[in-house]
Design a protein around this ligand. Sequence first.
Ligand SMILES: [Fe+2]
Ligand SMILES: [Fe+2]
Length: 368
Amino acid sequence: MRPDDILTPLLGDTTSSKWFIKVENQPAILDAATLVALTPSDYIVLKCFPKETIESIRNTISEMQDCLTESVASLRRRSGFQVSRVTSAVSRLSKEVSDNMMAVFSVLATHSKVNDSQLHQKIVKHSTNLSTLGIMMSVLRGDNDRTTCEIGLAGLLHDTSILIQPDWFVMAPDSRTDATKRQYRSHPLASASLFEGLPGVPESVIRMIREVHEQVDGSGFPYSKSREKLHPGSLILNLADAYLSLINPISGVPIVASDAMAILCLHTTQGAFSREVFRTFLDSVSIYPVGTVVKLNDESEAVVVKSNKNKPMQPVVRLLPSGVQEIDLSQSKFRVIELAHTGEEMRSKRVSRADFGKALWRSELEIH
Ligand SMILES: [Fe+2]
Ligand SMILES: [Fe+2]
């Protein structure tokens, strides 16, 4: 069997052999040639962008993660913070986003599920993801390069105080006292204070770090500021942080991406998020990125091969395991996605209709 026998039915033309696959339970990304020995049930399609593009994005993102980890270590030692290294990592990522937006999103969504057992690593990934998504939304909104990089920098640094003192996430939820909750609600201020006055960290970045958890209707924290008082970049980071906290929480079970989207949509109509920012968010986020394996309502499994821009909940899929039959869910009455399939170990939960109205992205604080 040739690689194309497996790949062509799934994704169409594979002549460039640039498609690549992630095999479950194996960390490495395999090239097409290695696939001949595999049966269809061994693999999931990760994405279908040129391998070099994905590798370059992965390198940039892991450089950002290293930068953040090392910065936190030097902040702990009080030996200074390498502003220029961090800012240049952020500008490289923002260039990747401008050049290859969809590939960056695919990496973000299908490739950075947080399953590390280490808390520190989870927070680092959350911060890097926020930076990436913030940059994507900023580029789509048409911000200039400087603003985009500032949003990316604020996203990267926004939870630094938690990285230095992760007590909140170490504690069992029912042992969190009112005093601890108050302390957690001020963590954006603690993060901002680490960078205040540092040459190379603009005041606007400090402001966005303070405002990541403020909602436009004044229901956020720590200051319950309302829209007029918020930096425009904070509106982006606030929505992106809420989304990432739902689909990839630092603690707790991830929520199915389509439910997360529906929750954010409902809260946008109720005023918690900016409508314009939500529209930009919909443009930047394909709910089911290419390569996502999903389950249909007849229990069959399928892989997403294309998104429908105007119907983000109904992409084009191919049925697994053969991948021969293609279904455009926007044209189909009978097949709807019920569950984003993430495998036994990483099951995402569905949210009941009754719970959609709850502010689940900050449920640990019991602010409803
Ligand atoms: Fe935070
Ligand atoms: Fe966060």
